[in-house]
Design a protein around this ligand. Structure first.
Ligand code: ADP
Length: 489
């Protein structure tokens, strides 16, 4: 193995179908690399349409017995999975940094965050309730039951290789659904390690199936998952264009979909804000995971009265806290970008901004380390016409725009098809309510740059998605309501 693990059996390269570790029918494999060095770290079995059909079949067969179990039973099994994830947290974090590149401290944090969804939904499995309604007809009694929707397909991205899986699989399993999951081609090892622990936890064969595939076969796998009449639901986290494809592909079978898509988070600093707190918030929101999260601040709007002060303090802080390098190296807080295409996109956004008149306060170029490393970047004199203000940059670039008027900045913040996360800093209680209510976003962070946890309903409005993950609402997406009317009473 390219890294030392306490338990090397967590390093899996085969897929997991019906409780069996399997290779591709045609023995095809694809390579996974370490984004920090470009070195190949694994050859992973490259499954396709036929294997996906078998996984759906297995999930379908397993569904009957899994849904028939009590919520308490399912809770106990999920709880064992949670315990095993935490017991193996260091190995899981090492695997994550190896294939994803994020600093090891961030990987450790993600394992705990990812596990929190398993713990939470293990608890929620025991709390599924129904209703008895007051009937308008005296001889009727009306009941509403909650039932698992059935076999679910899940497709996940590379930026949170662990937590995006647990946030989908845990509520599905808690509800009594079974799952066929296709992880991102860049980070299949974290997914397969989770499957190994699921097996050890006693999750029965067929209940959770993992299909790893390269980018080309992922498209075929996605088509099979969407077209299958057995699959009742697709849950996806990734880009808005792919979300649209899945929505379209699911139309013929009228599936339920949960979509967590792109964002273009505004981060607004008003003139009454605590500027030091806003700088700290901007750093965690912007530069976490090298800017590669869908809730990262994409556009910073700072009031003219505090604009120069904010930029100066942000630059000082970025210089002092951000250390770029290999995720395993001491004190590193910003790893590489995931692949060459990601670097090219960041370069394109910065070039476009500079061509249109933006000023590079710091960074603005590839890091001296080379490869996929990019310097933490701050741009000032930014205008709305720049690409970095219209599209998700997904990199360590902070474009800072000057504004003067509250109503106008809200208009600018809302002027996008996206509506995932938003942030603002203010100490005026009236403004806090006004702005929080006016922002057309699924999530609003006020005086904080970090908002995600298992208790919060995570999700977007507009073209950022459908449905909510985590929280007391997170299981709803995996359940159907059944109305039962008893007559003749
Ligand atoms: P990103 O830009 O973050 O890589 P994508 O939306 O391209 O986001 O990828 C997220 C997930 O969607 C990955 O697992 C990827 O393999 C998968 N994916 C990409 N294109 C398709 C498709 N056409 N059908 C099904 N899955 C897809």
């Amino acid at each position: 193995l390219p890294i030392h693990l306490q338990d090397s059996t967590l390093y899996r390269t085969q897929s997991y179908i019906n409780g069996q570790w399997v290779a591709a029918d045609d023995a095809s494999t694809f390579t996974v690399d370490n984004p920090s060095t470009g070195a190949i770290i694994a050859k992973v079995c490259n499954l396709g349409a036929a294997e996906t059909e078998r996984a759906i079949d297995a999930a379908n067969k397993a569904q009957k017995a899994w849904r028939a179990r009590t919520g308490k039973d399912r809770a106990a099994i999920l709880r064992r999975w949670f315990d095993l994830i935490l017991a193996n947290a260091e190995d899981l974090a090492q695997i994550m940094t190896l294939e994803q590149g994020k600093p090891i401290a961030e990987s450790r944090g993600e394992i705990v965050y990812g596990a929190s969804f398993v713990e939470w939904f293990a608890e929620q499995a025991k709390r599924v309730t129904g209703d008895i309604m007051a009937s308008p007809n005296a001889s009727n009694r009306m009941l509403v039951m909650r039932e698992p929707i059935g076999v679910c397909a899940a497709i996940t991205p590379w930026n949170f290789p662990n937590a995006m899986i647990t946030r989908k699989v845990a509520p599905a399993l808690a509800a009594g659904c079974t799952v066929v999951l296709k992880p991102a081609e860049q980070t299949p090892l974290s997914a397969l390690a989770l499957a190994e622990l699921a097996e050890r936890a006693g999750i029965p064969a067929g209940v959770m199936n993992i299909i790893a595939a390269d980018s080309e076969r992922s498209i075929a796998v996605g088509k099979v998952l969407c077209a299958s009449p057995i699959v009742k639901k697709v849950t996806f986290t990734g880009s808005t264009p792919v979300g649209r494809i899945l929505l379209q592909q699911s139309a013929p079978t009228v599936k339920k979909l949960s979509l967590e898509l792109g964002g273009l988070a505004p981060f607004i600093v008003f003139d009454d804000a605590d500027i030091d707190a806003a700088v700290d918030g901007a750093i965690v929101s912007k530069y976490r995971n090298a800017g590669q999260t869908c809730v990262c601040a994409n556009r910073l709007y700072v009031h003219a009265a505090v604009y120069d002060q904010f930029i100066e303090k942000l630059a000082v802080k970025v210089r002092s806290v951000l250390k770029v390098g290999d995720g395993f190296a001491q004190a590193v807080t910003q790893g590489p970008l995931i692949d060459d295409a990601a670097v090219a996109k960041v370069q394109e956004h910065v070039k476009d901004a500079v061509d249109k008149g933006a000023k590079v306060v710091m960074g603005g170029k590839a890091h001296a380390l080379g490869g996929r490393f990019y310097e933490p970047t701050i741009l000032s004199n930014v205008g709305e016409d720049m690409l970095c203000m219209r599209e998700e940059t997904f990199g360590p670039v902070a474009p800072v725009v000057k504004f003067t008027d509250e109503a106008h900045v809200i208009e600018l913040a809302n002027n996008t098809e996206y509506g995932l996360a938003s942030y603002f800093y203010s100490r005026d209680v009236g403004r806090i309510f006004r702005v929080a209510e006016a922002l057309e976003y699924g999530m609003v962070g006020v005086n904080t740059g970090l908002i995600s946890n298992e208790v919060a309903p995570f999700g977007g409005v507009k073209q950022s998605g459908l449905g909510r993950e985590g929280s007391i609402y997170g299981m709803d997406d995996f359940m159907e309501l059944k109305y039962v009317c008893l007559g003749g009473i």
